[in-house]
Design a protein around this ligand. Structure first.
Ligand code: ADP
Length: 440
């Protein structure tokens, strides 16, 4: 028997006993008065408990439930159990929501939750940066009131979200965002944004590179095929001397293409995940002698070439790569220095153990504004002059890559019409001291 029925029986029993007793000792009137009094006390008790319950219901969710008396004890206990269960459910939902929010915040992409009227309900930090949103002001605003770019407004209005929209936000020039709307639930949607600026830059670089290579190959190829056609058509009419002249010119162009291909192969080997340089001990005396010989061959006696000793210092790295990088600096000095000029090739070990390989010339020099771009692929100050002297436009790009792989940096100082100094600065851990046996 629960407390409700117990209380009913108790009240009936008390009323009967009190009524009968009053009737027996006094009169029927007093019996009725006593029964009414007992029932009123009983009603007042229930009214009191009901009032406590009503007061509790008006309190904020989570307020502890008061303890009920009599029959209300069960009611209050049941309510207490249910309220505890609801609180636990609320807590687990809150935890799940928090977890979802944290996951949303951690996404590298921007996420904006929109309701069926495209009003912002929530967004993560990345979206905040992408769209310049403010957490305090913009939740509850229509997305099209904040992102007013016409392309976006018509994209969101069209309702066709199979393809992403590429957006160049006006407020941040140079940035490219890929936007995509994903519908879910009851007409709600997610606006996802991804910063593809870097990707676009790479794509532009790739396109430029292909265009440049094609252009670089097209010119000599046209010349070579022109000469071959001439030889085929007029071989019998040409003297041996004329034929030799044409073949010589064709050979020159073929060599130019070969140089370009070799440089491209070298660059791609350096760029596309080839293994890091072998840690060879490269004797700088030998390296200096080799690049000096190369410079002399190229100069054909037109320049004064001054190498400075290295005191037996050496470098740890890839001999082939270092040979190619330092050789490029020296051949550039010859190619961009008019006859009669002086080229100085030197090595200097600093007190902190680091070392600098420098090539100085007193040639044509370079205007300051070109300096930051010289190591870009195919960047030339004077395209005609570079081609004339057998340049591919890739030399300094190769130098930069090789040096980076050896933790070294390229420094360029130059003054127009006065000359240039290209210095490769190697960190101490790459520099060795004392004599090194010759490596081949
Ligand atoms: P290129 O094959 O055209 O020489 P590089 O990448 O080696 O290509 O050099 C890029 C550009 O830097 C050259 O076209 C030239 O304009 C400039 N440059 C490089 N070295 C020198 C130098 N020693 N003196 C003057 N200009 C130079």
């Amino acid at each position: 028997m629960n407390s409700f029925w117990a209380e009913i029986f108790f009240v009936i029993a008390v009323s009967i006993v009190a009524g009968l007793t009053s009737w027996f000792f006094f009169s029927a009137f007093w019996a009725i008065v006593v029964v009414v009094l007992v029932l009123s006390l009983f009603t007042a008790h229930h009214f009191y408990q009901l009032t406590r319950l009503m007061r509790w219901l008006r309190q904020p969710v989570g307020t502890p439930l008061p303890k009920g008396g009599g029959a209300w004890e069960d009611v209050f206990a049941e309510l207490h159990r249910r309220s505890r269960e609801a609180a636990e459910e609320r807590n687990s939902m809150k935890t799940a929501l928090e977890r979802f929010r944290h996951a949303g915040q951690a996404l590298p992409d921007g996420v904006v939750i929109l309701d069926s009227n495209q009003v912002i309900e929530w967004f993560n930090t990345t979206a905040e940066h992408h769209f310049g949103l403010s957490r305090d002001k913009d939740v509850g605003s229509r997305i099209t009131n904040l992102l007013r770019e016409p392309t976006f407004v018509s994209y969101i209005g069209a309702g066709q979200y199979a393809d992403p929209l590429l957006l160049h936000p006006v407020r941040e020039s140079g940035r490219t965002l890929a936007l995509q709307i994903v519908s879910y639930g009851d007409a709600q949607s997610l606006l996802l944004s991804r910063d593809i600026t870097q990707l676009e830059k790479l794509e532009t670089m790739r396109r430029d590179f292909v265009a440049n290579v094609s252009h670089e190959l097209k010119t000599p190829l046209t010349v070579v095929s022109g000469f071959i056609e001439t030889l085929l058509d007029d071989l019998s009419d040409l003297s041996e001397e004329e034929a030799k002249h044409f073949l010589g010119l064709a050979h020159e162009q073929a060599q130019r293409m070969q140089r370009l291909i070799m440089d491209l192969l070298m660059l791609s080997a350096l760029e596309t995940g080839s293994p890091p340089p072998t840690e060879e001990r490269v004797a700088l005396d030998d390296l200096l002698a080799e690049v000096t010989d190369e410079a002399m061959t190229l100069s054909k006696g037109r320049h004064q070439i001054v190498p400075t000793g290295t005191n037996g210092a050496g470098l740890l790295g890839s001999r082939n790569e270092l040979r190619s990088a330092l050789g490029n600096l020296v051949t550039n000095a010859i190619r961009y220095t008019p006859a009669g000029g002086t080229i100085r090739i030197s090595w200097q070990t600093d007190d902190d153990g680091s070392g600098v390989f420098s090539v100085s010339d007193n040639g044509i020099g370079i205007e300051n504004h070109h300096l930051p771009r010289l190591t870009e692929r195919f960047y030339r100050v004077d395209r005609g002059r570079s081609r004339e002297s057998g340049g591919t436009g890739l030399g300094l790009a190769i130098v930069k890559h090789v040096l980076t792989r050896h933790q070294a940096v390229l420094k360029i100082q130059s003054e127009l019409s006065h000359g240039s100094t290209f210095s490769a600065q190697f960190p101490a851990h790459r520099v060795t001291h004392g004599a090194i046996s010759k490596t081949s």
